[in-house]
Ligand binder design. Structure first.
Ligand SMILES: Cc1cc2nc3c(=O)[nH]c(=O)nc-3n(C[C@H](O)[C@H](O)[C@H](O)COP(=O)(O)O)c2cc1C
Ligand code: SF4
Ligand code: SF4
Length: 277
């Protein structure tokens, strides 16, 4: 196979980017990181290996870090990473990716930020439609260049500013993992028990014993459950109240749901690595 693109996406931005690359490159296969983790598929054999993910708290999403640590990459492929985000350059996701890859004798050949919409509602509302459209146009222009660079196997680096501060914020966020979902509340007066929140969750962190979501404290804070709820029954503390919900307009709701059918590959074994499975 020529290209494998591993992606993680809660509200569709990173899936849009992964799908754009698939259309632009020859023979590219997309693989969902939560599903690869669930099924224990950790072998990558391709000429080109890509990772597309959202920036989370100025760094890698927890499941992306955990997956990269476990992934076994054959040979010396061209490896690239793309972080979708609301505000590029202030973060250190590619430094962490480089470190993980270096420990396996691999090299991150190219990295890019792609600015789209921030889905982190506690920090701000979803921007107006005209602003989303401008960002979408700029992102598409950038993606054209990225696809050409990947095709030609060109190297590319990017700024990663305020690294020390970003590292501290990112580490504190990861350390709080067990408590990240304590702020979620479901308004049971309006919840229709549709189950979408459960099916979008990449860590199977939501159970619904009485039809309503109950969070199980293995959250990776992606906010997929909050954004997908069709009746806005889910809030994250006070700050998400009254704010708009978001999904990238080219991505369908069903594309964000996970297929966790079959037995989990490491059922009964303790989790490997330091973060999220
Ligand atoms: C927990 C969390 C933390 C985030 N941290 C950042 C950040 O540090 N910088 C940034 O620009 N965007 C941040 N965002 C916004 C996402 O990176 C952005 O919306 C991304 O494109 C979402 O991708 P997705 O739709 O594929 O999930 C954060 C989002 C979440 C949920
Ligand atoms: S997505 Fe919303 S309406 Fe559906 S079960 Fe979850 S909280 Fe209830
Ligand atoms: S509970 Fe919600 S925020 Fe946490 S991992 Fe699942 S979908 Fe993401």
């Amino acid at each position: 196979m020529k290209t494998v693109v591993y992606y993680f996406s809660a509200t569709g931005n990173s899936l849009y980017v992964a799908k754009y690359l698939q259309a632009a490159l020859d023979d590219a296969e997309l693989r969902s990181i939560p599903e690869e983790l669930f099924h224990g598929r950790f072998d990558a054999a391709a000429d080109c290996v890509g990772f597309v993910f959202p920036m989370h708290c100025m760094g890698l999403p927890m499941q992306v870090e955990s997956f990269m640590e476990r992934l076994m990459i054959a040979g010396s492929p061209y490896i690239f990473a793309i972080a979708t985000c609301g505000a590029p350059y202030i973060g250190q996701p590619f430094i962490d990716a480089e470190t993980i890859l270096a420990a396996k004798g691999q090299r991150l050949c190219a990295s890019w930020y792609v600015r789209l919409v921030s889905n982190y509602l506690p920090l701000g509302d979803i921007p107006a439609e005209w602003r989303i459209n401008i960002r979408a146009r700029l992102a598409e222009r950038k993606l054209k260049k990225i696809a050409a660079a990947v095709k030609d196997r060109n190297p590319h680096g990017t700024w990663q500013l305020l690294r020390k501060l970003c590292r501290r914020i990112h580490e504190n966020w990861k350390e709080a993992r067990q408590t990240l979902d304590e702020k979620f509340r479901c308004n049971t007066d309006i919840c229709t028990s549709c189950g979408l929140c459960e099916r979008v969750c990449p860590t199977r962190n939501i159970s619904r014993p009485d039809g309503f979501p109950v969070w199980q404290h293995r959250c990776v804070n992606c906010l997929g459950c909050l954004h997908i709820c069709p009746v806005k029954a889910i809030d994250y503390g006070e700050k998400s109240k009254g704010r708009r919900r978001y999904r990238h307009k080219t991505v369908m709701q069903k594309e964000l749901l996970h297929d966790f059918s079959g037995e989990r590959a490491d059922a009964g074994k303790p989790p490997i690595g330091k973060s999220a499975s």
